[in-house]
Design a protein around this ligand. Structure first.
Ligand SMILES: [Zn+2]
Length: 281
């Protein structure tokens, strides 16, 4: 091979290598090179007060439907048609059939990496609060300490009549439920899921716990459109307390303009990257 041919060959190789490198840049998740990830991870230090608000996006990788759009629909019903006191008063069995189906879906699924990372943080950080809008109980199953259940839990029931003999709520995690609708052991009347329905207020104690947790150094909102008040106002409250606020979500949301940092992507992937970049305690 002549010197010029060799030079052309090497040049060609170089070009190919460059091209390949260029392609690799696009294959790798952009977040892996995002300098904002180690910046955010550096805020996860001992002694920091950390509060996390989670929503449906955290459970998506576990296969839990978000109940938005056709894929999440049950028998063509929208959640707004079933998750209300009026719907329950009209047809308690229909509403319970929906919850019984959801409970079976959750029972057949597992916590994902997002749940696991947050559960780990809840054990290693002294001042860590997780507020969830999810009612599926997957944070608890992952071993998260002190979960604040903003919208209640599908695994707990309460008396529809609010009779004085029954506890405020009780656990019943049987799937499927033995009979629909389940009943109150005290008064024999109908029991309802201990969740917050459309038009219902948040439990005052839960709301107070959540607001208290907005006095923090780092506030993360993960996998939630943050559209529904009063959950949406927690971000603003954290900002007023001087917290650094960050949003992790697939899409930009109404909160995106109100936070210090927006990371777009899957919760389980981004949390895994943030946890890997976290400084050793
Ligand atoms: Zn009762």
């Amino acid at each position: 091979m002549s010197a010029s041919a060799l030079a052309r060959c090497l040049l060609g190789l170089g070009r190919e290598t460059l091209t390949r490198r260029h392609e690799v840049e696009f294959v790798v998740s952009p977040a892996a090179h995002d300098p904002r990830i180690p910046d955010l991870a550096s805020r996860l230090g001992k002694g920091q007060r950390i509060t996390v608000l989670t929503g449906a996006g955290v459970s998506a990788a576990s296969g839990i439907p978000t109940f938005r759009g056709q894929q999440g629909l049950w028998r063509t019903f929208r959640p707004e048609q079933l998750a209300t006191p009026d719907a329950f008063a009209r047809d308690a069995v229909l509403v319970w059939e929906w919850y019984d189906w959801r409970r079976q879906q959750v029972a057949a699924s597992q916590p994902n990496r997002a749940h696991d990372v947050l559960a780990h943080w809840s054990r290693i950080f002294d001042h860590f609060t997780l507020i969830t809008q999810n009612v599926d109980g997957l944070h608890e199953r992952a071993g998260t300490r002190g979960v604040v259940r903003f919208h209640g839990s599908i695994w707990e029931l309460c008396c529809w009549n609010r009779c004085s003999g029954a506890p405020d709520r009780w656990l019943d995690d049987s799937t499927p439920l033995a009979s629909l609708p389940p009943t109150c052991r005290s008064c024999g009347g109908i029991a309802r899921p201990s969740v917050v329905w459309y038009g219902e207020p948040i439990d005052p104690e839960v709301l107070n716990q959540s607001l208290a947790a907005t006095a923090c150094d780092l506030f993360l909102t993960i996998g939630t459109s943050a559209l529904v008040h009063p959950a949406a106002s927690l971000v603003s409250a954290a900002r007023q307390h001087g917290a650094f606020t960050a949003e992790i979500n697939l899409e930009t949301t109404s909160a995106s303009r109100r936070v210090d940092l927006v990371l777009q992507g899957r919760a389980e992937e981004l949390l895994d990257e943030i946890d890997s970049a976290r400084p050793a305690p």
